[in-house]
Design a protein around this ligand. Sequence first.
Ligand code: SAM
Ligand code: DTB
Ligand code: SF4
Length: 336
Amino acid sequence: MAAVTPGASSRTDWSRGEIAALFDLPFMDLLWRAQGVHRAHHAANEVQLSTLLSIKTGGCPEDCGYCSQSASADSGLPASKLMDVEAVVAAARAAADGGSDRFCMGAAWRSPKDRDMDALCDMVGQVKGFGLETCMTLGMLTGDQARRLKAAGLDYYNHNLDTSPEHYAEVVTTRTYADRLDTLAEVRAAGISVCCGGIMGMGETRADRVGFVHALATLPRHPESVPINALVPIAGTVLGDMLRDVPARIDDVEFVRTVAAARITMPRAIVRLSAGRESMSVATQALCFLAGANSIFTGDRLLTTGNAGDNADAALFEALGLKPMHSEEPARVAAE
Ligand code: SAM
Ligand code: DTB
Ligand code: SF4
């Protein structure tokens, strides 16, 4: 593991102009710089492995334009209730047996109900028992809910800003950027590590991608995990339908530039190459790793859509000489 400079703290005063200048660099210069930052803070060829499970699927009252699980989407996805604790624990055991480090449980809620908290805390406690790191993404949290999850042993909370503040209202109207920032602050205050990123390819401009990276890199403290998703266009969702007749997939080079900008501005974060890998070539994924991505979701399923799958990932790791990271993030966070 590459050493982290003791006492060094990451800059949180990036300007939009500085980040725009990173995006504007010649591609090779940008990758060279990103790889240098990466090697100064992380092991060069190690990739962290996370596994997702949708513990409560569909019927969500929010109107996120990308999401199959919104009740306002016409994606044909039936709504289900919160899974039983035993079924979640069985899936976590399988993830641990498969070599995953972190188990991320996602629920299609605007926010959890207080009556669900006991079951959620039970899940966290039991999943930790397999030696897995725990992550949840449940929508907005109150401070009290965040503290309860922390007490149960929750390591990470995923809550994405998704795009720039300016573009946000084009994507979701049932909540605001400020709502997202409020939950992120509650998660931080509770002492849970933050996982926060976004989706590229939602019709945003370069300036929006700059604004998105700026929003993350100027949080009071950088997220420990930054998932960068490429939009998975899903029929029946606002964005899936709107982008059907245009080149929906974000340009590969622009996607890699976004990963590199995240790496350079948030040097200690684990940057996750998240949704969208299934339709990405090995070469593009390799460029993302070169640009500083060092985490993926494993398995053949994300929440409701397909993922590259273990066989494809074994071949990817073999081809690129990558090996799984056994995460030391909590120790590093504590040492800061
Ligand atoms: N309901 C919770 C929330 O929104 O915070 C958690 C679940 S939500 C599905 C988690 C994240 O998945 C979203 O914030 C979004 O960034 C990502 N996501 C959802 N649908 C996606 C899609 N079609 N393509 C890419 N990323 C997607
Ligand atoms: C994140 O940024 N990506 C993951 C995780 N956080 C929860 C979710 C991706 C979902 C992709 C679409 C789906 O499978 O429904
Ligand atoms: Fe609901 Fe989350 Fe999907 Fe938005 S992204 S509709 S909040 S499940």
